[in-house]
Design a protein around this ligand. Sequence first.
Ligand code: PDD
Length: 278
Amino acid sequence: RIAYVNGSYVLESEARISVFDRGFLFGDSIYEVSAVIGGHLIDNDLHLDRLERSLRELDIPMPLPRNEIVVMQRTLIARNELDEGVVYLQVTRGSEDRNFDYSDTLKPSFVAFTQKKTLQDTAAHRDGIKVGLVDDTRWVRRDIKTTMLLSQVQAKRQVKASGCGEAWMVQDGFITEGASSTAFIITQAGKIVTRPNSRVTLPGCTRLAVLQSAASQNLQVEERLFTPDEAYLACEAFLTSASSFVTPVVEIAGHRIGEGRPGPITRRIQRIYLELAL
Ligand code: PDD
């Protein structure tokens, strides 16, 4: 397969980045993941909006004009014959002699690759997954999609031992989000609840698309904080991300949610999200 590295298409085995790259040395870097179904990018405009925003917040220049990024993503999809999977993009501040401060003229590094993955109709989508709860130990600007992901790596490891497919993180008594997904619960009254966007969470692209499709179906949505105790009493729960779409959650920290299987509202959201996205 082919990867993209700073303007060139190279074999993945020959894709190289400097050891002096600030993404490697400082985590001074941001990323995006867009899903691909049938060779088509899903919600890609939202992902590129967020890429631009993350770069702006960190004062890293756009490495390529936006339309050229899309051409590059499509080239990788075509050359790698990717039918279903993801395109990963990463922009770092660039490479220079190690120093906390950086040169104002530094040129960003830009790499991209594809991963073949089954995204639709997986066992997780059919049967739902268990999630565990962990303390949210991340830095304070979680609205920026940086590659500083050590807390999330540890969170997922920590809950894996008890058979959980995702960790939901808790701060000040409230659930923030999943280690790599947005958390939703559905109350006994049938309201879809998710935390409002702020610096405390990543503004999920799939979250936005799901909220828009829920509104189009007259489903009731409440953007507000919720606690683990409220989540245990929810009648349904699910999570969203580019690489998992809408995945039912059937157990939270050992508490069975609803009947312990994906509920009807989650099923409906799974269906309408994909209908609108494709
Ligand atoms: N993760 N919250 C966090 C912390 C995430 O890392 C992600 C995505 C999301 C969902 O965002 P979106 O719907 O835009 O994918 C929420 C990606 C998929 C990843 O790290 O691989």
